[in-house]
Design a protein around this ligand. Structure first.
Ligand SMILES: Nc1ncnc2c1ncn2[C@@H]1O[C@H](COP(=O)(O)OP(=O)(O)OP(=O)(O)O)[C@@H](O)[C@H]1O
Length: 248
């Protein structure tokens, strides 16, 4: 059983304090949703957790299985089992997607699988997430549609089998079939690897599909409410205003 603890996290971006004391804890196999209005700090939290140099942690800590990983480099965090699927993945047109995935798998997992075995795994997972194999031979995210990008991030997650995955709006821009496939991927990894999740989303639908355990609402840099799926339902019906009002 692994635990990811975020304790009183304060984060500054370009000299502005965006996160003002965020605390939550995710255990293996749990699916937590992070919701909140535009600009409340959700992406900032995901990037700070992964160690993006622009997102400076000024106070608080990130503890993974008892180890303080707050100030570790991104690579070290990834090696310890953290994974981030970006809201807007960046294109790297000079590098073939399959080459990147094989290199990343080798570097992080330390496994002794042959390149052809890894490529075989990548192909099988690509198929399972409904990605056309020709995309594996293209530059990373080069000309990928919005939905193809999201499916590729799930492919990467299924290959890397992280302890904890932070998924920043995995449901944005995907079609209905894609949403179902992505949700199946999330549930499969939880069943097989006991992966814990933080899913950033604005919509209840993906949370219904994966049957989220907890929902947190981030507002102006702090978590103002935590609960079960009834919170996602409230947001769906009354908007964030409904949650903010119910606190007052
Ligand atoms: N690199 C940056 N430079 C300047 N300001 C930033 C930067 N990154 C984030 N911010 C600011 O921090 C605040 C929080 O942004 P963030 O992207 O974390 O919000 P969010 O909750 O993910 O929003 P959304 O729902 O729109 O994706 C915003 O006011 C944003 O403009």
């Amino acid at each position: 059983m692994s635990t990811l603890k975020v304790e009183n996290l304060h984060v500054e971006v370009e000299g502005k304090e965006v996160l003002k004391g965020v605390t939550f804890e995710v255990k293996s196999g749990e699916i937590h949703a992070l919701m909140g209005p535009n600009g409340s700090g959700k992406t900032t939290l995901s990037l700070a957790l992964m160690g993006h140099p622009k997102y400076k942690i000024t106070k608080g800590s990130i503890i993974l299985d008892g180890e303080d990983i707050t100030n570790l480099e991104t690579d070290e965090k990834v090696k310890r089992g953290l994974f981030l699927a970006f809201q807007n993945p960046i294109e790297i047109s000079g590098v073939k997607l399959s080459t990147l995935l094989v290199a990343e798998y080798n570097r992080i997992s330390g496994s002794n699988k042959s390149v052809s075995e890894i490529v075989g795994d990548v192909r099988n997972i690509a198929k399972s997430v409904g990605l056309n194999e020709t995309l594996l031979n293209r530059g990373v995210f080069d000309g990928f549609s919005g939905g193809e990008k999201k499916r590729t991030e799930i492919l990467q997650m299924l290959l890397m089998k992280p302890k904890f995955a932070i998924l920043d709006e995995p449901d944005s821009g995907v079609d209905v079939d894609g949403l179902r496939i992505i949700s199946e991927g999330i549930k499969k990894l939880r069943a097989e690897n006991n992966t814990g999740y933080v899913i950033i989303t604005h919509y209840r639908r993906i949370l219904d599909y994966v049957n989220a355990d907890k929902v947190h609402v981030l507002y102006r840099g702090t978590i103002i409410a935590s609960g079960g799926m009834e919170l996602a339902k409230l947001i769906d019906e009354k908007g964030y205003e409904g949650v903010i009002k119910s606190r007052n």
